[in-house]
Design a protein around this ligand. Structure first.
Ligand code: KIV
Length: 265
């Protein structure tokens, strides 16, 4: 019988830089976490994308810490082998250190996350260094930061010119020096993503950032064909779970209406 595979840890992920690509996916509840872990992914991100994918919100901005604790706990209760990372939601990381530490404490202690993800660049690096020193594993997130959407006016690509690419590299270096175990790079031109990957010795997991990152992440519902509305152009759909679910529900409806379910004893 083969040995059970060891729990994924931040140091183990760090060591994967330049070796096998990291596989990450979002999940927001125990069912999603079960399937993600059974498929052997490395990281399950309880993303604040729970807001616009599962809670009917327009963006990630209205997602609160209580919501993140609730959904992270559902994922963590399945005790996956994958690393469970909880998003620190809108604005939380911009309060004073005690507040931010307490938010991370809730995600790790109360919800059971293994690590947190924080959107932000070099200006947040000193705060992140203090969190890391306090024992909080942090996955940095740069490039497009969807929590900034009200400021940006729309979701856009980054790394479109030398200035933006230099800023992405500076952010990545500062976050690495602060002690992040990995970075997430969202919606970045592939050439700029390559510059970021080359500049740091921690894995860079991309989403809409081209093929040369150290790993990839997708939103669960996008990757599996469950998103009813708009799906970003960079997404590849690896299953048509939406069609399968609809077919099953139509069969169920026909069986109830046709009185073929439940069967008579
Ligand atoms: O919240 C989220 O789903 C994200 C994506 C970029 C993966 O951060």
């Amino acid at each position: 019988m083969s040995e059970p595979r060891a729990k994924v840890t931040p140091p183990a992920l760090r060591q994967r830089k330049g070796t096998e690509p990291l596989v990450a996916i979002t999940a927001y509840d125990a069912i999603m976490a079960h399937y993600a872990d059974a498929a052997g992914v490395d990281i399950i991100l309880v993303g604040d994308s729970v807001g616009n994918t599962a809670l009917g919100l327009e963006s990630t901005v209205p997602v609160t810490l209580d919501m993140m604790v609730h959904h992270t706990a559902a994922v963590a209760r399945t005790k996956p082998r994958a690393l469970v990372v909880a998003d620190v939601p809108f604005a939380e990381a911009h309060f004073d250190f005690d507040h931010v530490l307490r938010s991370c404490q809730r995600l790790l202690q109360e919800a059971g996350a293994d690590a947190v993800k924080i959107e932000g660049g070099e200006s947040l690096a000193p705060m992140i260094a203090r969190l890391v020193a306090a024992g909080v594993p942090v996955w940095g997130h740069t490039g497009l930061m969807p929590q900034q959407v009200k400021q940006l006016g729309r979701y856009k690509r980054f790394g479109l010119n030398v200035k933006e690419t230099d800023q992405l590299v500076a952010d990545a270096v500062a976050l690495t020096e602060a002690g992040c175990f990995a970075l997430l790079l969202e919606m970045v031109k592939p050439a700029a993503a390559r510059a970021v990957v080359a500049a740091v010795d921690i894995p860079v997991v991309g989403i809409g950032a081209g093929p040369d990152c150290d790993g990839q992440i997708l939103v669960f519902t996008d990757a599996l064909g469950l998103t009813p509305g708009y799906v970003p152009g960079f997404v590849e759909q690896f299953a048509n779970a939406g069609a399968t679910l609809r077919e099953g529900l139509e069969k169920y409806s026909r069986a109830v209406r046709g009185k073929t379910f439940p069967r008579a004893d």
